[in-house]
Ligand binder design. Sequence first.
Ligand code: C2E
Ligand code: MG
Ligand code: MG
Length: 743
Amino acid sequence: MPDSPSLAAHDDDLLQLIEDDPLSEPASQEPLASWRVLVVDDDADVHRATELAMQGLLIEGRGLEFLHAQTSIAARELLSREDDIAVALLDVVMESEDAGLQLVRHLRASPRFDALRIVLRTGQPGYAPEIETVRTLDINDYKTKAELTRTRLYTVLTAAIRSYKQIRQLQSAQRGLSRIVESVTELNLVRTLPKYAEGALHKVALLFDTQPRGLVAVHHRDDAPELARIVAALGEYAPSLGHTVDLVGVPATRQGLLDCLRQGHSLLGGESYLHFQLANGRVLVMHVHLPHAPNHDMEPLLHTLKSALAVGFDNVALYGQLLDHAYNDQLLQLPNRNRFIELLEQNLRKPEGVSLALIDIDDFSDINDAFGHRFGDQVLQVVAQRLNEHLGSRSELARISADTFGVMGPETLICADSISTAFQEPFVVSGERLQLSATTGLVRLVDSSSLGSELLLDAHIALKRAKQMQRGTAQYFSAEMGVDARERFKLLKGLRASFEARRLFVVYQPQVELATRQPIAVEALLRWRTESGQFVPPDQFIPLAEQSGLIVAIGEFVLRTSCHQIKRLRDLGHSSLRMAVNISMAQFRHPRFISTLQAALRDAELPGSALELEITESMAMDDLDMVLHVLAEIRATGATVAIDDFGTGFSSLAQLRQLQVERLKIDRAFVQETSTEAGSTIAGMVVNLGCTLGMRVIAEGIETEEQAQQLLKLGCHEGQGYLFARPMPAELLEGWMANANKA
Ligand code: C2E
Ligand code: MG
Ligand code: MG
């Protein structure tokens, strides 16, 4: 028999105590659900006595409801269908010596009962060592039945129920928190204030398991509270969306919103008003209907949610500000270039009858320089205002760059006439009357095949053309204008990319002594093969590189590459061979040109005399002082100079004499005409001129034996051309040189 013989006395003790009833509390008015207590014991008396002993007693304001099981098996069966049991009073010894302990293990293995508190009662204290049992199994109390007087039982149950309640509260708080975290994480994807505010109303409702009803109003610091604007409204408040607070139809809510705004803090209740102070200085009030005033459990959760939402509201506001900066010009409060391009793209869906104009204020930088930037800003403001008055009603006005406005609208309105009319009257800035003019580039959207930002480029092309013709006028874009400028732009972009990707390379064309055909030098010629394998001729890309300044970097690359190549050839035995390198004006004028030249020679361990620089005739005839100065510095390095394409410019004989260069290169055009009298005469004159000035003369572009013979007859010293060799890559050049020397 597992039960203790002393149990009867113990039960009597309990029963006795029922008579006087010192523990009874007056029943509370609110009928709260009772605490459910499970009694597992194989002694029916224990069940009865327990229930009787606790009859009418309240714990934490709530009554007790008892569930009964006589065996641990019956208990398991009962537990499988019952929920929300606060305490289990378990007998240890039932159908087996440790049936109670087995049941504890079973209970602790199930997450459904992780809040359930367990009190073990035993008649035989020796069966389970107290400390060990309490430690290893999550047990609240371990009592011998003898100890459990009615008072003790009440105390034990109270402690267990409190602990159960706390666990449940914690669990619910945890659930609430994870709901908050989930809610807010999800909401953080929302970027606009109205959407975020509406989401926030939903999230508060979700926390309280209720339908979302409420509204959110935004208040600007300087306005009266009545003027706070409603940015989100749900439930019966939906009609208030977009209105001001003073128009909210429910008087109590209207008053609550105003009170909250005036008092500057949240007001909590069944109708709660949450107050948010945003970082941008604005205040946001959120009104929510809750099923009940936030109680002890819910208030901290509501605060947590509120804090999380506050951060979200700030982020949304910040994002709005960023957008504003990204799309609006802050000085003029007009759309900026980015926004304008978007507007253009929208208009492209129906381009018929729509024109775009770029209006550039003439001499604006002079105004800025003369009167200062603040004055310049004011000028822009009055111009923006004037354009808005004249064109704004039916068009989109934007600021594209410092002093350039973009405007797009019906072509009858956006035209040369209306724009010049807008500038007819003088502008008044800080009391000064200013007569301004503007130059305009116009594009009829139907005339252009471009999209978005490229349309703007078309307008820029037209604007540039107008500026070249006459300031203060307007010019319409035409397709021919576009192709030219755009092709060049594309080509330059490609060249830059190719240079960075090291797709430019150098080929070499030999120069020979005309009489012996022995190589005396090679000319470095740049090549560009595009990614698609196409060769672009240097005549096309070199001028672009020159205009853009890219030639300085490219030229240095050619210089260094060819210096290394000639060093290699010299080391292979061609010890007096020279390298001729073409130099552009931009390189020649560059302040670091000489140091670049010196470094290239030094790095290749070359004497200056291994190098000849080819400059064109037009360069040589430029600013004489500058040219003489640079030439002297070149000479100091030991390098020689040749004048390329000679005969095409208008050289002054006096100037040519002063330059003291080593070589004249007769332009290919004359060489190819040596069979004609005129060509032959010019070639002959160049040879004579060179000889008179003590220079060597070389002819380029020799393709036939006749040309070579003719030039030799004229007294020309050297030659270069397909007849001798085509320009070739370094690998082939070395073989060619070896052959030529054998011959
Ligand atoms: P250039 O300096 O007058 O170079 C001679 C041009 O004549 C080269 O054209 C060469 O390939 C070509 N040529 C040589 N022999 C013959 C021939 O027998 N018949 C014909 N029809 N043409 C011949 P390429 O390589 O197309 O270069 C064109 C121009 O580009 C050069 O004229 C030079 O002004 C410029 N250039 C080439 N490489 C460079 C460079 O690295 N830097 C600079 N600044 N300019 C370069
Ligand atoms: Mg050349
Ligand atoms: Mg040439």
